[in-house]
Design a protein around this ligand. Structure first.
Ligand code: AMP
Ligand code: MN
Ligand code: MN
Length: 320
């Protein structure tokens, strides 16, 4: 069922014990919104656990509460009044799904591709650049003064989901929220400096990836296709796509990583084409200009499949 902002705030306020989770392969918005909501709810005296089933990149250790994030343990069950799933539809949370038992599930998200379902409550605001921006809305709705700790976390998601306030999803409300969070104690320079530090090997991996990028669709698309051997070797590939999305004339950028023999992860970014429509064809999702999916097929087949889909989208002008 779709909830309003005030119904969502009431659901949070009614619960005493809450477990918060977010999507696997967590980004700044997933981590920032989980920790930000944890701080907001703890200031209301609630018992809150953040549980994420994945590695949390070390750069986020600058966020207050980073050490409190629990990893799901197989066989373990946690009971709570309310299970909150952030920044994704509820099926991309890994083993956390089996570890938590709650009478009610509340999903809070900003992806327009989130279809919701009739068993769980959904608060979806696709006009917000980040789930962190929605948590900021909820703190206001609940009349909670945002602490410095919460502000650091919520600012992080605003910054990372907008490419540090450069993408078209950053609108006046986003900047106002950011300014309020800075007033509350967020330190933008501390966050951006912590997140831009990379191990030397990651910069070398970027060099390797850029040496093999391919232009296709008459130069309107660019892709980096990483074999299973390369994917296994490279610790972080997060930044690669940003370097090919800026090529003059390129509308769609894609990075494909072969994780297992029949599992290939696809990330897409675009200037015009609705890449969420491509991702949705393969059970993925995302935003118009940033989307992803997983292709359950071998590397070469996945590569030709996604290239063909992108070519079609460009040729047919899939513009939202
Ligand atoms: P990424 O390329 O992984 O940074 O993802 C871009 C956007 O698409 C993010 O907002 C993701 O949450 C979303 N996304 C990525 N993969 C999937 C997927 N398999 N299903 C749904 N949404 C996804
Ligand atoms: Mn995310
Ligand atoms: Mn997000």
């Amino acid at each position: 069922m779709n909830l309003t902002l005030s119904e969502t705030a009431a659901a949070l306020q009614d619960a005493k014990t809450l477990v918060i989770t977010a999507h696997v392969n967590p980004d700044g918005d997933a981590i920032g919104s989980s920790l930000g909501l944890m701080h907001v709810l703890r200031s209301l005296g609630k018992d809150v656990t953040v549980l994420l089933d994945d590695d949390i990149p070390a750069g986020f250790s600058v966020l207050p509460g980073y050490d409190a994030i629990r990893r799901s343990v197989e066989g373990e069950t946690i009971d709570c009044d309310l299970f909150v799933v952030l920044d994704t539809m509820t099926d991309r949370i890994g083993k956390v799904a089996e570890a938590v038992r709650a009478p009610r599930v509340l999903n809070i998200d900003h992806h327009h591709t989130n279809p919701g379902n009739d068993k769980e409550d959904l608060y979806l605001d696709a006009t917000r650049a980040a789930t962190c921006e929605i948590i900021y809305d909820l703190a206001k709705e609940m009349n909670v003064a945002v602490s410095k700790d919460a502000a650091m976390c919520l600012y992080t998601g605003l910054a990372t989901d907008t490419g540090f306030f450069r993408f078209s999803n950053a609108v006046a409300h986003t900047y106002r929220a950011a300014a309020d969070l800075i007033d509350a104690g967020a330190q933008p320079n501390v966050i951006s400096e912590a997140l831009e530090i990379k191990p030397m090997q990651t910069v070398k991996d970027l060099g390797e990836a850029l040496a093999q990028f391919e232009l296709f669709a008459d130069g309107k698309a660019a892709g980096i296709f990483l074999t299973q051997e390369q994917t296994a070797r490279m610790a972080s590939t997060e930044a690669f796509i940003g370097h090919i999305r800026v090529i003059d004339g390129v509308d769609v950028a894609v990075v494909l990583k072969c994780k297992e023999p029949n599992v290939c992860r696809v990330s897409m970014r675009s200037k015009h084409v609705d890449v969420s429509r491509i991702a949705t064809m393969y059970d993925g999702g995302g935003h118009i200009r940033a989307a992803g999916c997983t292709l359950k097929m071998p590397f070469e087949q996945a590569k030709t499949t996604i290239m063909a889909a992108i070519e079609t989208a460009i040729r047919e002008g899939w513009i939202a």
